[in-house]
Ligand binder design. Sequence first.
Ligand code: HSE
Length: 310
Amino acid sequence: MQIKQQSITVSSPATVANIVCGFDILGFAINQPEDFYTLTISDTKGVTIINEDNFNLPLKAEENVAGAALLAFLEAVPEINGFTLISKKQIKPGSGIGSSAASAAGVVVAANFLLNNYFNQLDLVRFAMFGEKVASGVKHADNIAPAIYGGVTLIRSIFPLDIIPIAAPDLYVTVVHPQIEVRTADARQILKQNVLLKDAIKQWGNIAGLVAGFIQHDYELISRSLEDVIIEPVRSILIPGFYEIKNKCKEVGALGGGISGSGPSIFMLSKTKDIAIAVENIMKEVYNAIGLDYYTHVTTINQQGVKIIN
Ligand code: HSE
C-alpha cells in the first residue's frame, strides 16, 4: 500500500435507486445535485468529522453514514490511523435521491484515491454499504453502486456482491423533491413481505425489459417497462400528488418514471431537454396547486460517478 497524497476533495452524485421496477437492484447516478467532501489522512485514530453544511449530521463516526463507511475502510488498512473529513453536503438527507449513498460512496472513493487506488470498485461498494446500513438499517447497494461506478448499474446480488454496469442512453432526468421527509427505514417497513406470483411475473418482465431497453437504446421498451406493481402501490400513499404528476408528465412526453428510491422525490426520464423542462413545469404546477414547497432538478444521467476534484 502506498500513500499518493495526504488530502483530496471529491464530488459525489445524487442517485435514483430502483428505477421504478428494480427495487434494491437497479439505480443510476445523476449530475445534479452533488455533495463535496475533503478527506485528509490523520494521525488521530478513527474519523474526525467537520460539518460545513446545514444538515447537522452526527459527529460520532459510527453514527454517521460517511464515518461508518470510513471506519470499515480503515479496518482494512491498519497502516492508516485515521481521517479528517470536511463535509459540504448539498443533497438533503431523506430526499430519496441517495443522500446517504453520496456520503458513503464519496468518502471511500476519496480514501482510496489517497492510497493510490489500493482497493477495487467492488471493495469500495462493500465499505460504503456499512454507511448505508447506518442510514436505513439494511445493506443495499442500488444507490452506492451507481454513485461509485457512474451510469446505470444492476446489483444482481449483494451476497456475494455482483454489480453489472448497464450501458444506457444519455437520458434527461427531472426530479421533484416535495418538502416532506420520508425515512428510508419507514418506507421499507410498510412494504408487504409476500408477493403474488402474478405480480412477480410482471415485475421481472419489466426489469428485464428495462435493462434490454437501456442496452438497445429502445425508448419505447424503456417506457413500457417503467412499471412497478409491487412497491409503488404501497409507497405512493406517502407522496402527495404522485399519480397526478406521473400521468401528466407522461402526457407531455416523458418516457416514464416514479418514486426515486424510497421517496419522497419523484423522477421522470425524458429523451430531450425540452420534454424534461415541460415535465419540470408539470411538477411545479401540481405542487403549487397542492401548496407544498419543493425543489426541482433538470439534469442528465451521470456516467462518471464520484469525481476527484483536487
Ligand atoms: N432500494 C432502496 C429502497 C433505496 O427503495 O428502500 C432507498 O435507499
